[in-house]
Design a protein around this ligand. Structure first.
Ligand code: GDP
Ligand code: MG
Length: 354
């Protein structure tokens, strides 16, 4: 099947996937007790060495590597020469890995041009060119998470229910605390009582402070109080959790806008870090979520979670290429260490290199 068949199939699939946003995008809410985010504490020294960290990244990306890169390899080894059929099959593999149709077409065009310009005829030589082109796309759209000089730094975390916001906040709180910073969390997901409890359990476990109101309270008021408390108590970092699902999409967006306004006002001209958390396993839906959230708040970066749980990690290429938002962090598991600064070099090496 050629690309046109794929385009048609993707179109249908996307319609279905997009409609799930704002309803039950991901319903599963596990008890925080079950998340073994304490492997760091288990004293695994290997985890701390750079090699151990890289091995863990490779392990986290193993599903994507075995579906995506292994397929590219078998495709290249079965083709005797570089022709249109090879490019079409490459496109199929990329689209199946959730690279997205638009990004795939641009990516393969770039590869095609490099091959032409280099007078390359051996299919085996396509691999390093593909690797390099993916790295270029990812590098152009990356930025590390950096805290501003002025304290407290304010990080607002948004995204649909189940994307991994609260877990990401716990991992970030742990990171900052290990750096000797004083951290305070704001439980502005007041939509469900369980969400407040979950954040509180994490705050206690990590050993950071928390500001919470009653379930159903105004989330913007929680954000306001958290920033005030952060200032009064001399905190370095304020991290605000938000709801991912309300009765309607309009409610959700209005609420986020309001929290965003309060946070911005409190920062008096400084821009808050607004991290959009997206779940890599939701595929192309992650893209439509990002577009929607960007309309409500000024998203400053993307956290792509659950890369360990998907064979479709190619979504990161689509996110990097299509959103105009930097990918700042990736989640490759449930341990504290499994939230990583996104490093395109390491990422591509973990996928492509033996
Ligand atoms: N495997 C894996 N699971 C994750 C990752 N990030 C979050 N999760 C899990 O995803 C589920 C939902 O996370 P949660 O933080 O409650 O999502 P929220 O609704 O956006 O706050 C939990 O079971 C988390 O343990 C990740 O990078 N990898
Ligand atoms: Mg949550």
């Amino acid at each position: 099947m050629g690309i046109s068949g794929w385009l048609r199939r993707r179109g249908r699939k996307e319609e279905k996937e997009t409609s799930s946003l704002g309803t039950d995008a991901v319903q599963k809410q596990e008890e925080p007790e079950e998340t073994p985010a304490a492997s760091k504490e288990s004293g695994d020294v290997k985890q701390d060495s750079p090699r151990g960290l890289f091995a863990r990244l490779k392990e986290g990306l193993s599903r994507t590597r075995s579906s995506f890169v292994a397929r590219v390899d078998s495709l290249l080894s079965t083709h005797k020469r570089i022709d249109e059929e090879l490019f079409e099959e490459l496109e199929e593999v990329l689209i199946q890995a959730d690279v997205g149709v638009d990004t795939t077409l641009r990516l393969v065009d770039a590869v095609r041009e490099k091959i032409k310009a280099g007078g390359i005829t051996d299919p085996e030589e396509v691999r390093p060119i593909l690797r390099e082109t993916i790295l270029e796309i990812l590098t152009a759209n990356t930025a590390p998470l950096e805290l501003p000089e002025d304290v407290p730094a304010v990080i607002m975390v948004v995204g649909v229910n189940g994307a991994g916001k609260t877990t990401t906040i716990a991992k970030l709180a742990h990171r900052f605390k290990s750096q000797g910073k004083r951290v305070i969390l704001g439980a502005a997901d007041t939509f469900r009582a369980a969400a407040i409890e979950q954040l509180e359990i994490w705050a206690n476990r990590v050993g950071v402070e928390i500001v919470k109101h009653q379930p159903g309270a105004d989330p913007a008021a929680v954000a306001f109080d958290t920033i005030q408390a952060g200032r009064a108590r001399g905190c370095d970092v304020v991290i605000i959790d938000t709801a991912g699902r309300l009765q309607t999409k309009t409610n959700l967006m209005k609420e986020l806008e309001k929290i965003g306004r309060v946070v911005e006002r409190e920062l008096q001209g400084r821009t808050p870090e607004v991290l959009l958390v997206v779940d890599a396993t939701t595929g192309q839906n992650a893209l439509s979520q990002a577009k929607l959230f960007s309309e409500a708040v000024s998203v400053t970066g993307v956290v792509l979670t659950k890369l360990d749980g998907t064979a479709k990690g190619g979504i990161i290429i689509a996110i990097a290429e299509e959103l105009g938002l930097p990918v700042k962090l990736i989640g490759i598991g449930e341990a504290y260490d499994d939230l990583r600064d996104f490093d395109p070099e390491d990422f591509v090496a973990a996928l492509f290199d033996a």
